[in-house]
Design a protein around this ligand. Structure first.
Ligand code: F6R
Length: 248
């Protein structure tokens, strides 16, 4: 997997925002939607901040942008503080001109018996657009992408996933204690991520270094779902110096 290493996450995020903006503008020029797969968490925040700045200061329009987020906790109300719907509205959607029907996240409010159909439809919608033009990812402490925890297969579909203990521990701060963290989440599968035309994984900081090295240089394995990206023909890891520090 090609790696792009920057002095800091600000510079790195700016370059990723520029790439996303150029896809949006190119598609707009063709009169087509730009179909983006988006992530939550701390890693993409500066990318979204830069996209908002480009919207406000440089006229970057999101009128032709359609988005599908990777994941949402289950169950989860959209206005809860831990909700990824809320996160995306606060970090991006409410600050740009994306039409309200154009952004999508897995629905954490569904009754259990409706989740499978929802997941199937989520993928069908993406397919009707001809797939994702771009997928943004972070990497979890256990090597997960989206909430595809270790053990997830390369052909896994969008589905309800039981969260790993490490993932729940990392989310404990947001939920006010481990006991309150959702035990499940709906996640886009590895399959749709691998079908995206371009994939960028972001990682900042020392604490990501070991997993980044395992994903980039280790064997491709379900033990480290991010390692599947070694088999993607147009994926890159965008790193700061610390996250790259364990690469050989
Ligand atoms: C979030 C997601 C997760 C995070 C990962 C890293 O939508 O899919 O895989 O990207 O857990 O989280 P941060 O960026 O908070 O370190």
């Amino acid at each position: 997997i090609p790696t792009k290493i920057y002095a800091n996450s600000d510079e790195a995020s700016r370059s990723v925002a520029l790439e996303i903006a150029s896809i949006i503008r190119q598609k707009a020029g063709e009169g087509k939607p730009a179909v983006l797969g988006l992530a939550t968490g701390s890693s993409p925040k500066k990318v979204y901040k830069e996209l908002i700045r480009m919207h406000k200061e440089e006229g970057l329009s999101f009128q032709n942008v359609v988005t599908y987020n990777l994941d949402e906790y289950y169950p989860m109300e959209p206005d809860a503080v831990q909700s990824y719907v809320r996160f995306m509205r606060e970090q991006l959607f409410d600050h740009v001109d994306i039409p309200s029907g154009n952004w999508h996240l897995p629905d954490g409010t569904l009754p259990l018996e409706k989740v499978a159909d929802f997941c199937h439809d989520y993928e069908e919608q993406i397919e009707r657009y001809g797939g994702l033009d771009f997928q943004l990812l972070g990497i979890g402490r256990n090597g997960h992408i989206g909430f595809n925890e270790p053990g997830s297969l390369v052909n896994s579909k969008t589905r309800l996933m039981t969260l790993d203990l490490t993932t729940r521990i990392d989310a404990a701060g947001d939920f006010g204690g481990l006991a309150k963290v959702s035990k499940k989440a709906i996640t886009m599968g590895i399959n749709k991520i691998m079908e995206a035309k371009r994939v960028i994984l972001l990682a900042w900081g020392e604490h990501k270094a070991e997993n980044v090295a395992r994903a980039v240089e280790g064997s491709v394995s379900a033990d480290v779902p991010a390692s599947y990206l070694q088999h993607h023909t147009n994926a890159a890891f965008v790193l700061d110096n610390s996250a790259a520090s364990q690469l050989t």
